[in-house]
Structure formats: C-alpha cells, structure tokens
Design a protein around this ligand. Structure first.
Ligand SMILES: [Zn+2]
Length: 594
C-alpha cells in the first residue's frame, strides 16, 4: 500500500509547524483568554441583549482563532504517542488549555446567573441565533458551583480523572501480544491484533480473543483502579452538583430528556429477542449449533473474502455518497485528496477511530487503523459521515457555540453513511453469498451499536448502583457486573470464553473524564437513522434536503425539535419501534437468502 496516502497532513492546521512557533501561538491562546477575562469578568451579569450578543461573538471568534493549533498538538499526539516532540506538544497544549479553562470558567457561571435573573434574554430577538445555546445553559444553572469551586475542580481533574483516562489509553496503545500465525510467532500491538478478530480462520479468532483478553486481564489492577476512580469521582460530583441520577449530566450534555432515553432503552430490552433471532440465524449460516463470542461479528465462512485495498475502499465509499448526493460525494473525495484521513496501522498510534471537526478549514480529520477488512471500510464510511456532517454545519455558518452536534445527533450522518455503503454494496452483489456477507456485516454492526452498546449502558448504570451500595469495585467485581449486563441482551444465544469477562477493560469510553454515559447516543443514533432511512425509502429524493437540513443544524436545535420537524415524537416508544421494524426487514432479507 502507498503509505503516504494513508497518513495525515496536519500541517494545514497551522501557519508554521516549528515547535517554537506552536509554543508562541499556545502562549497567545492563554493571554488572549486572559484579556477576555479582564474585560468581562464580573460584568456579564449586567449585560443587555445587544452587549451579550457582542460578548458571545467575541468568545466564538476567539475559539476559531486557536482551534487549529490546539487540534494540531492533540492530533500529532494521537498519531504517535511515543515520539518526544509529540509528547511535548501534547503536554504544552494540555497545560495551555487548562489555563484557558481556568481563565474562562467564569463565563458559564456568570451567564447562568444572568439567565436565571433575566430568562427573557433567551427569547430576545437580538439573540435569535444563540437561543437554543442559551436555553441549554439555563438547564445547567441548578447544577453550577461557584467560580472558585469550578476552578478547583479543573485543577484536581488534571491529575485526577484526566490522568486516569490518559493512563488507560496510553497503557492500551503500548501493549503488545504474542500470537502464533502461519507457523510463526508474531508480536503485535493492540491496534493490529484486533484485526484478527475478523479472520476467516475460526481458531485464529479464538486464539486472538483468548490472547488479548487474557493479557488485558493480567493488568486488571490498572483498569479497575482507573474505572473505579473515574466512577467514584462521578458519584461524588453528582452529589456536589445536585444531579438526581448519574445519567443527568449526560442527558443535559446530550440535550435529551430522561423520558426519551427510557423509552429508547425499554424498546431495546423488549426487542432483545430480535437480536437473538439474528444471532441464531447467523449460527445457521456458519454451520454452527451456537455462536461463540468470537463469531458474533466474524465474517461468514466460505463467503467471498471482501478484502479491500485503501483505494478500493475509497472508490466504493465515494461512489456510495455521490449516488445519494453530489455535494456530499464531492466532499468525501476531498477528504482523501487533502490527506485528512490517517488509516495506517502502527504502534504508538491511538486505538479505535474518530473524526475531529475543523471549523476554520470547513473540514475534519479522521483517524482509524485500516486493516482492509469490510469492518474497516464501514468505519471509514462512518467517520466520513461525521466529516460530511462537519462540512454541512460549516457551510451553514453555524457559530462555534452552535457547532458541536450533541452526541445523539452527532451519529446521524455517520450511521446514515454506513447504510449508503450497504446499499451500494448490495446493488453490486452478484451472488447470494455476497448478499449474505453484506447483510450479516450490516446486522453485525446494528447488533453491536443498538444491542451490545445497550449492554454497556446497563453495565455503566450497574457500576454506579454498586458504588452507592458501598461495594468496592475491584477487577472481579466489575467483571461480574459486565457479565450480568451482557446476559440481559444476549440471553443464552452465545457461548463466551471465560476471559471475555475482561471485555470492559479496553473500551476507552468508560474512561473518558467528565463524559459519563458516552454509550446510549450510539443506540439512539442507530435506531434514529434506521427510522430516517425508512423515510428516505418512502419519500425518495425529496427526503435528501430534509436530512441535509437536519445535519446542518448542529446544536442550534434540540434532537427532539429536529425530530418534530421530520414528523416524529422521540419520547414515544412507537417511534423507536419504527427503527426496529427496519432492522427486522433486514433480518428478513437475510432469511430469504437461505
Ligand atoms: Zn461515530
């Protein structure tokens, strides 16, 4: 493979990549933040609509000025956490960001106080563009602490939960595993050995799972210490901030309400049998009595290999997007041409995949470890959906305050992109085996995002319950909680290796500081998009501008409002059942190939 095409060109993010210039820019990021503080600290409470608008615009233009340098330092480190320069850049940006956060911590507090006193500002016509932004702050008001306390929390988090998060991530990305493949023993980094989970060789898959999870289990003390510290910290912060339940912070951050998420998770629990029906069907397709855990997302035996080179993947994905919408397709093409995707597999690189929006560049940067499997092609289509989403928001000139789509909606473009890829691949399939391979891949992904991720929601919930009951979360205790949550979804449809009790150790999401319940937005997005996809099939091309409008909205409207614009009520189980019906249709299509 032509490796350079698979590596990022991050130099576009900054005017000058020399370390001294980066350092200088970071220093000015701090001094500019301090200037904003000098001008507005203690003053926000007295602002009228017009001066509040001016302040919000000042804040937004500040974010845009230093977005590039921050991204540059962080992405350089994601690309290689073992290099001295990138370590220094990461350290420098962390220190600078902490100082900025401290300098600007007064903003949310003072804005909160202002809005609590003058709630009419939220609906003032001068502030129309910031209406929903202000509504969201008003919702956080009852949970805000004093400025001194907020600053103290930022300071203690740096070497507290943020450090635990970094330890988990660094520890995982520097692990290596010895595995026997084709008569020789190979030592592989984590990012590479997980590629073997999708090997057509069932025994190799089993050994890869056994090796990785047995290895991760040996370090249970590291993972358990990190997860326990992060969860216990959260419980204490909930009490301090008066959140009634551990999920409240995330509900507010995701701009959704409890009735919506309850209704979503009830639909999932009720329909666990739908997923189990699929898993039994898959066992049949694999000529097995029952699936083992290493078969759940494995390719079918005797199926076409479905291995893609970087360029083949690029072509299929670009075509899938072009067939849906020319503008979106052209944008996907540019992401490759500008080298905004880092797909190379190498040690020291962050594991998993993500897409970082770059507002100033009207673009984004994607990281993944591309092993050529169909799952990697789907990951790429998924992350490019995020990139398209970023592009549509930039084009709609969303202010930085309205730009970050809340998680539930943030996955809309990406999961929709996966369905477009499926459509493209199914239309080109020549044999029933190919259809089976494509549909099982789609349903594997659906099963993971909707059902396996729900198990993670139940798991995370159970850790907080256990802590509240006074239990000490050591490795074995956490493992038991994970197994209980897992079985709620899978029932007896799968046989698990014993070491799979350590599955929670490698999921970065449980460790992200101040970001609890990262999981249910994936479930939300999966069912939301399946329902949207149904609308697209019903309404044809007239649906496309509606989807683009939804994607361009960012966080300027709540997910509930966005759904109402499309004619749905997301607090109603009937809405989520629609997505489930679409899933059952895909399962039916697969049954028909038998
Ligand atoms: Zn995503």
């Amino acid at each position: 493979m032509a490796k350079v095409e698979m590596r990022w060109d991050l130099s576009q993010l900054v005017e000058n990549t020399e370390q001294a210039a980066i350092q200088k820019k970071l220093e000015s990021m701090v001094t500019e933040a301090e200037k904003i503080r000098q001008k507005y600290h203690g003053e926000i409470g007295d602002l009228d609509a017009r001066s509040l608008l001016e302040f919000l615009e000042t804040k937004d233009s500040y974010i845009l000025r230093f977005e590039g340098v921050e991204m540059y330092c962080r992405l350089m480190y994601s690309a290689d956490s073992t290099n001295d320069l990138t370590k220094q850049l990461n350290d420098a940006v962390r220190r600078a960001s902490m100082r900025v956060e401290q300098a600007l911590a007064f903003i949310d507090i003072e804005l909160g106080r202002l809005l609590a006193r003058k709630p009419s500002l939220v609906t003032d016509s001068v502030l129309t563009e910031y209406k929903h932004y202000l509504e969201r702050i008003l919702r956080r008001v009852p949970h805000m602490l004093s400025e001194t306390e907020e600053r103290l929390i930022i300071t203690k988090d740096k070497n507290g939960i943020n450090a635990w998060e970094m330890l988990q991530s660094d520890w995982l990305s520097t692990r290596t595993f010895n595995i026997q493949t084709e008569s020789k023993t190979k030592t592989l980094p984590y990012g590479e050995i997980i590629g073997l989970y999708q090997s057509p060789d069932r025994d190799l898959r089993k050994r890869a799972n056994q090796t990785v999870y047995a290895g991760l289990g040996e370090d249970e003390i590291v993972w358990a210490s990190a997860i326990r510290a992060i969860c216990e910290d959260h419980i204490e912060m909930c009490a301090l901030r008066k959140y009634p339940i551990p999920m409240t912070q995330s509900l507010i951050a995701n701009d959704v309400d409890q009735s919506t998420i309850d209704s979503l998770l009830r639909t999932i629990e009720k329909n666990a049998s739908v997923y189990q029906r699929y898993l039994r069907l898959k066992a049949k397709l694999m000529n097995l009595k029952k699936l083992a855990n290493y078969d759940v997302v494995a390719p079918l035996p005797h199926g076409p290999p479905l291995i893609y080179s970087w360029n083949q993947a690029r072509k299929e994905i670009a075509n899938a997007y072009v067939a849906f919408d020319e503008e979106m397709g052209a944008w996907v093409g540019e992401m490759f041409e500008k080298r905004h995707i880092d797909g190379e597999v190498r040690k020291g690189k962050a594991s998993g995949a993500f897409c970082s929006s770059w507002m100033v560049g009207k673009s984004a940067y994607i990281l993944q470890s591309f092993n050529g499997r169909i799952g990697d092609v789907y990951t790429q289509a998924h992350e490019l959906g995020h990139a398209v989403h970023a592009y549509l928001r930039s084009k709609a000139k969303q202010k930085p305050s309205n730009f970050p789509a809340v998680s539930c909606v943030a996955e809309t473009g990406s999961v929709f992109g996966e369905l477009l890829l499926t459509e493209r691949l199914l239309s080109k399939a020549k044999t029933k085996e190919e259809r089976q391979a494509i549909l099982t891949n789609l349903l594997d992904e659906f099963g993971m995002a909707a059902f396996q991720v729900s198990a993670r929601v139940f798991f995370e919930q159970s850790m907080y319950d256990a802590i509240k009951q006074g239990k000490f979360l050591d490795g074995e205790t956490v493992a038991k909680l994970w197994i209980a949550a897992r079985d709620k979804i899978y029932g007896d449809s799968v046989d698990w290796l014993d070491v799979m009790k350590w599955e929670w150790t490698m999921k970065p999401h449980y460790y992200i500081a101040n970001y609890r319940f990262y999981n249910y937005p994936y479930v939300f997005a999966q069912l939301f998009v399946f329902a949207l996809y149904r609308l697209y099939k019903e309404q044809g091309r007239s649906f496309i501008p509606k989807l683009k409008r939804l994607l361009a909205s960012g966080s300027s409207k709540s997910p509930r409002e966005l759904a109402i614009e499309l004619g749905f009520d997301i607090t109603d189980e009937a809405f989520w059942e629609k997505g489930m019906t679409q899933a059952q249709e895909f399962i039916h299509m697969l049954e028909e190939t038998l």
